[in-house]
Design a protein around this ligand. Structure first.
Ligand SMILES: O=c1ccn([C@@H]2O[C@H](COP(=O)(O)OP(=O)(O)O[C@H]3O[C@H](CO)[C@@H](O)[C@H](O)[C@H]3O)[C@@H](O)[C@H]2O)c(=O)[nH]1
Ligand SMILES: O=C(O)[C@H](O)COP(=O)(O)O
Length: 320
């Protein structure tokens, strides 16, 4: 492993079992920390109730670790918002938050908009499509933030499970991670190659960090926050916590290709290539059509939101 990556890996990695809940509660109350959990969700009716319900019982009702449990509904066309509300989350539609800032679609947009409706000084993000996980994802991620003021960003590390159509699992999930993110880091940011899951959708950060970063509106948000935190604040501002195994709903290769293009676009924009910013790129794909193929070009979302610091908090978008 790259020397700096190896040093970071050994110094800044921990296991979720090192962060027991009672210790986190004591630290939270001693420091008077406020903690917001944010779940970005688009069409996650199959999984949202269980995720919200489990976290609410474990970390709001049984132990007051979370001050807010917020779902940002990202333009869902299913019952995600209603189900999340019924399970006890405070739900905002991304498009209703700070409408004066305009609207984009995408996960990064949901996270950026969450900064306007949450009040925690610590933020934890959890994906809404998880099928193999537990509340220890949240407690583990909070450990380094609650114990070390120099920690700004905490990334989940886990074994990525791949669930087959027959329900069996194998430990080889994470196609974009393995085929795009890891090679990119190895070539351009080798000091970050100790990050086990650079695209993990579960992570935690200080609000002050999140508000200082430019946030891609789509799936580039994990890579951008990683690279920008390291370049702006140093590698040691980042920690990772091993959370065991993680399973989620798989998307098709066809759709993940767009995610891959977004991740590549973020890498391009962060490299020392002034003037290389992409304008309205498209991903060219082909669909099988009888004996031949039909070309299909899909726009690659590359817009970014500016640092939220200094943008006034919106009063709009709050639920009645
Ligand atoms: O427009 C969108 C699209 C997705 N999501 C939510 O974002 C989360 C992750 O989306 P998903 O489609 O499940 O992403 P993956 O295919 O699993 O992609 C992985 O890699 C991405 C690229 O880094 C990360 O953003 C993801 O969190 C990570 O799980 C889920 O809760 C989605 O509901 C939104 O809120 N809005
Ligand atoms: O992180 C990734 O690479 C994407 O979430 C895809 O993961 P999957 O191949 O396990 O569905």
């Amino acid at each position: 492993m790259h020397e700096r990556a190896s040093a970071w890996f050994h110094k800044r990695s921990s296991n979720w079992k090192e962060w027991p809940l009672d210790r986190l509660l004591e630290l939270k109350f001693r420091q008077d920390s406020r903690i917001s959990l944010v779940i970005p969700a688009r069409d996650e009716a199959a999984t949202i109730s269980e995720i919200v319900g489990t976290l609410r019982t474990a970390l709001v009702k049984d132990a007051p670790l979370l001050d807010e449990l917020v779902v940002i509904d990202s333009n869902s066309s299913d019952a995600t918002a209603t189900l999340a509300e019924q399970a006890g989350a405070t739900v905002y539609r991304a498009g209703d938050i700070a409408p004066e800032q305009g609207n984009h679609h995408g996960k990064g947009e949901a996270l950026w908009k969450s900064l306007f409706v949450t009040s925690g000084d610590l933020l934890v993000f959890v994906d809404a499509d998880l099928t193999g996980w537990g509340p220890h994802f949240v407690t583990g991620l909070l450990g380094p933030l609650l114990t070390d003021p120099g920690t700004l960003l905490v990334r989940a590390a886990y074994t990525r499970l791949r669930t087959g159509s027959d329900g069996t699992t194998s430990p080889d999930g994470g196609r974009v991670t393995e085929l795009v993110a890891r090679p990119l880091l190895s070539l351009y940011w080798p000091e970050l190659t100790g990050v086990v899951q650079p695209l993990a959708g579960e992570w935690a950060a200080r609000r002050s960090l999140m508000e200082s970063l430019s946030i891609p509106v789509g799936y580039g948000v994990e890579l951008s926050t990683l690279v920008d935190t390291a370049s702006g604040y140093g590698l040691d501002a980042i920690a990772q916590v091993h959370l065991g195994a993680r399973a989620h709903r798989h998307r098709s290769d066809h759709d993940l290709a767009l995610t891959a293009a977004e991740v590549l676009a973020v890498a391009e924009s962060r490299r020392d290539r002034p003037g290389a910013a992409l304008t309205a790129p498209q991903l060219q794909q082909f669909r099988q059509d009888g004996d031949w193929v039909t070309p299909q070009a899909r726009p690659v979302p590359v817009s970014e939101r500016p640092p939220a610091v200094g943008i006034a908090r919106a009063e709009d978008g709050k639920p009645e």
